[in-house]
Design a protein around this ligand. Structure first.
Ligand SMILES: [Ca+2]
Length: 401
């Protein structure tokens, strides 16, 4: 997801129970709400292009747009639904998309002019579920349903999961658990319209506006590339899409076609989701066969300084031991590790996170998230082992030669 630090990748699903009207922010992206909708006037065209009106390129663009409007009118196109003037920052974004990517300007005016920023999205991004204490967060994800359904998903897709694990070096249970935590194995992929979520965050959430403008750009490019109806795609409140909840930038970068139909489809193809999760982890440095995390004890005098170094592995285990951090399970002395803590009901628990733990936090930058994936993965592995046989492979995706 190539996330900027601190962005939660939106795993927790937050449902909105509000009516659309309650949810709309008072400000709309349209300008001049009192104006009659209809033909884009040349006046509004000029008003919505930031910068000096006399700049030659702007004049050219204005002329081109005017010619386009006249052409459309002469061509008999119905203009009743033409967009109204947009807020300057939205109009500027559309200009950028047109200039940088030759994106259809009229299409963007129509789409962005119709959607409305949502208060529920702003509330959700301000209170990510991963910010809750570990013991509260854990309860939501480590339960019978997620374990039973995970074993079922594993059995159903055993061939593909095994293939992805071998190809990318990521354990099968980590792939399954990630999809389980994200969307309950594809059952709950989010009910927000992605274009609305991303546009709300891009234009009405100043703390991360640049990041989400980038994701909106990536989403529009993705929609054009794989022919999505951009107004229909749904996802999380942060615009994460499909069975593995990839943000648009990750979708374009890390999604793979794993069922052989030539198109990476993270919304409809579990095989593509499975391959893409494994590819994502490998791309972020998953160490095949490496440990994820081990419980630890930490001397009170050392804890604060070692925790302050962050969760990216920064010292060898042996160096950490010299500072008073002692692993409580077997781990290689020369492995790079970092210390992290979990808030349990009985107090703070310390763990050493190794490279692979850090890689899981690249999926969602949260210690709670990575730990819940790791725990669910271990539960799933033990269920499959208790069953005493390898998962029954699903039907082969392609006929044997
Ligand atoms: Ca595919």
């Amino acid at each position: 997801m190539a996330l900027a630090p601190s962005l939660m990748r939106s795993a927790p699903i937050i449902e909105s129970h509000e009516s659309e009207q309650q949810d709309e922010l008072t400000s709309s992206w349209r300008r001049g709400a009192g104006e009659a909708g209809g033909v884009v006037s040349t006046r509004s065209v000029h008003r919505n292009h930031p910068g000096p009106a006399v700049h030659p390129s702007l004049r050219r663009r204005g002329v081109v747009l005017l010619l386009g409007v006249l052409g459309a009118l002469l061509g008999g196109r119905v203009f009743a639904a033409a967009p109204r003037p947009l807020r300057p920052e939205v109009a500027a974004f559309i200009d950028e998309m047109a200039q940088r990517h030759q994106y259809d300007r009229t299409l963007l005016w129509r789409v962005l002019g119709r959607i409305k920023p949502r208060a529920s999205i702003l509330r959700a991004i301000s209170a990510p579920g991963t910010a809750r204490p570990w013991y509260v967060f854990r309860e939501r994800y480590i339960d019978d349903v997620r374990i039973t359904e995970g074993a079922r998903f594993w059995r159903q897709h055993a061939e593909v999961i095994g293939r992805a694990s071998r190809e990318f070096g990521v354990p099968e249970e980590i792939i399954v658990a990630t999809i389980g935590v994200e969307t309950l194995y594809g059952r709950d992929t989010g009910n927000f319209k992605v274009v609305e979520a991303l546009a709300t965050l891009a234009f009405d959430y100043p703390p991360r506006a640049d990041f989400f403008r980038g994701e909106l750009e990536q989403f529009l490019l993705l929609a054009r590339e794989i022919r999505l109806d951009m107004t229909r795609v749904t996802g999380s409140y942060a615009g994460a899409i499909g069975i593995p909840q990839f943000l648009p930038s990750s979708y374009r970068k890390y999604a793979v076609d794993y069922d052989g139909d030539g198109k990476p489809d993270l919304m409809g193809a579990p095989a593509d989701a499975i391959g893409s999760v494994a590819n994502y982890y490998r791309s972020f440095g998953w160490e095949a066969g490496g440990a994820v995390a081990v419980p630890a004890e930490a001397a009170a005098s050392a804890v604060d300084a070692v925790l302050a170094a962050g969760i990216k592995p920064h010292s060898t285990v042996v160096a950490l031991m010299q500072r008073g951090v002692v692993p409580l399970a077997a781990v290689r002395d020369d492995a790079q590790a970092a210390l992290f803590s979990l808030e349990t009901e009985s107090g703070i628990q310390y763990w050493l996170g190794l490279q692979n733990f850090y890689v899981i936090t690249r999926y969602n930058r949260s210690v709670n998230y990575a730990m819940v994936v790791y725990e669910l993965a271990r539960e799933l592995r033990s269920v499959i082992q208790r069953e005493g046989s390898n998962p029954v492979p699903e039907r082969e995706m392609t006929p044997a030669p």
